[in-house]
Design a protein around this ligand. Structure first.
Ligand SMILES: Cc1cc2nc3c(=O)[nH]c(=O)nc-3n(C[C@H](O)[C@H](O)[C@H](O)COP(=O)(O)OP(=O)(O)OC[C@H]3O[C@@H](n4cnc5c(N)ncnc54)[C@H](O)[C@@H]3O)c2cc1C
Length: 494
């Protein structure tokens, strides 16, 4: 075994926010950890200057789907806490959302820790949905560019509170972030974005207690014959297969790959896949029903600037004449969305998008036993999206459009919602009932002693804010449990 050592306390599969954050939390507690990652480190593209960055679609077009740091290398670094009510069952247009086996108060200390680890800049000002916090944000908010500040002032003039987007960036007197226009959707060549690799994996590797194997595919999780304990993993790198053992195994391979890996790991003790005795694995796919609005700013294209700094969360809970929580209106980065539409429509979309302050609308799409993945042989044969929250989206869109009209923006183009959800969660979700969940409140597979899932798939619901800080908080909480090597007393949720 030349490329991998043995004797690890914990093996983590996947180096996205779930896996990397956990590795950091465990390394601090003196655990020896192996992180296994299918992809390689992203490298600046030699065809581009050092200042330029690379859009996610460029990588994917070249067939690169996996990399160290996972999707967070391309994320918009909007690091929100779920709101208090998101942890409770609440009504939506497609029935009640699922209650978490944890409350907001249980996760609050780990949100706080995560905000410090990922250098979050934010402020509760202008956000009526902001949950209580034990300490202020570690850094003040990212200031709006003058162009954006003017828009924010006009919106506030309509009597609606406008908040700052909490952002994980290295900004400050010696910080690397220059607030460029290529953040959301791009890989940051300056390492100024606090993604999973920069914020968590690098410090973890520096401790000397964490090893990273890149270009390594985890094929299976192995268990004892009675299926109660994970014993290790089967890995493949460059055609060579090896088995590595550890006391604890953690699957952090992302929303699709984590449930698929547990399915591929079926054996005599788990004939339907690990965690799937009652059929919950791969089901309950949930997320956000999203779409854009395009408030037109004028005939001149908007200059290149960092525009993803404001959000309107005033309609998070409910709105006049609507019984369900609506969601959020969030400025996006300057994303070339015209690259993703039919070629014939691209010139029109580009004309509008370059001259509009594009805002993302997000509302919750709840998971059900019908939404999720159909497994066939060793792959996902079919994806069933959760029902889109069409009516709620429409109400949110109309609310947003009339707000911008009131603020003096005469022409607001709108898009329909996307059928596929964004910020997907839930395919190996936590819960109290093993019939409808895969994990317990510690993200440990029901009925198993030492196998955990920590990533987007663990979250039972997505609320209506970006979900990565919640993945981070769950990992930091699990680091404590795993390092202590003991089960927490079960949490009773009111
Ligand atoms: C353009 C874009 C913008 C976004 N913006 C935001 C934002 O502003 N805020 C926010 O909260 N979220 C945002 N997100 C979502 C966010 O990036 C994801 O929620 C987050 O990365 C999910 O983390 P994860 O831990 O589930 O793992 P992932 O990021 O999915 O990483 C999983 C890792 O596991 C590896 N892996 C998979 N299978 C195997 C295997 N068998 N063996 C070994 N390794 C394996 C993969 O290569 C990958 O590195 C954005 C996403 C995109 C694409």
């Amino acid at each position: 075994m030349s490329w991998v050592k043995s004797g690890y306390d914990v093996i983590i599969v996947g180096s996205g926010p779930g896996g990397s954050t956990l590795a950091q939390g465990l390394a601090r507690r003196d655990c020896n950890v192996l992180v296994v990652e299918q992809g390689e480190y992203l490298k600046p593209d030699p065809a581009r200057s050092e200042q330029q960055t690379t859009f996610i679609a460029d990588y994917q077009r070249r067939g690169i789907r996996h990399n160290v740091g996972g999707e967070s290398k391309f994320y918009g670094a909007a690091l929100y806490r779920l709101r208090e009510n998101d942890f409770r069952a609440s009504p939506t247009e497609h029935g009640e959302s699922t209650a978490w086996p944890l409350s907001y108060a249980d996760l609050e200390p780990y949100y706080d820790e995560g905000e410090r680890l990922y250098s979050v800049h934010g402020s509760p000002e202008g956000d009526p949905s902001e949950p209580p916090r034990s300490r202020p944000f570690p850094h003040g908010p990212i200031e709006h560019e003058p162009f954006i500040a003017d828009v924010v002032k006009r919106l506030q003039g309509c009597g609606v509170p406008v908040g700052y987007i909490p952002k994980g960036v290295d900004r400050g007197p010696n910080g690397r972030c220059v607030l460029c226009s290529t953040c959301d959707g791009y890989f940051c060549h300056r390492d100024a974005k606090m993604d999973a690799e920069v914020a968590a994996l690098r410090p973890a590797l520096k401790t000397g207690r964490v090893d990273l194997c890149t270009g390594t595919d985890c094929l299976k999780v192995l268990t004892t014959p009675d299926g109660r304990r994970a014993t290790g993993v089967l890995l493949r790198r460059g055609g060579e297969e090896v088995t590595v053992h550890a006391d604890v195994v953690v699957v952090s391979a992302g929303i699709r790959e984590s449930p698929l890996l547990l399915w591929r790991s079926r054996n005599d003790a788990h004939p339907k896949g690990i965690g799937n005795a009652r059929g919950a694995l791969g089901r309950y796919l949930a997320g956000h029903t999203c779409g854009f609005i395009f408030p037109f700013m004028g005939l001149r294209p908007i200059p290149e600037l960092h525009q993803k700094t404001f959000a309107i969360n005033a309609f998070y809970g409910a709105a006049e004449g609507w019984p369900y929580p609506l969601g959020v209106i969030q400025a996006t980065g300057q994303i070339p969305i015209w690259q993703h539409v039919f070629p014939l429509a691209a010139p029109f979309v580009k004309f509008v998008a370059r001259r509009s302050l594009v805002c993302l609308l997000m509302t919750e799409a709840v998971g059900t036993a019908e939404s999720g993945f159909d497994f066939h042989e060793e792959r996902i044969a079919r994806v069933h999206n959760p029902k889109a929250s069409r009516e709620t989206y429409r109400k949110l869109r109309d609310t947003a459009v009339s707000l911008f009209h009131k603020a003096g923006f005469r022409w607001v183009h709108t898009s329909v919602h996307f059928d596929a959800p964004w910020h997907t969660v839930g395919t190996a979700r936590m819960g109290v009932d093993p019939a409808s969940s895969v994990l317990d409140a510690d993200c440990r597979v029901h009925g198993m002693d030492n196998l955990y899932v920590l990533d987007a798939s663990s979250l039972p619901t997505a609320g209506a804010v970006n979900t990565t800080l919640t993945i981070i908080a769950l990992s930091l909480r699990a680091a404590e449990t795993i390092a202590r090597g003991q089960r927490r007393p079960r949490v009773e949720v009111a």
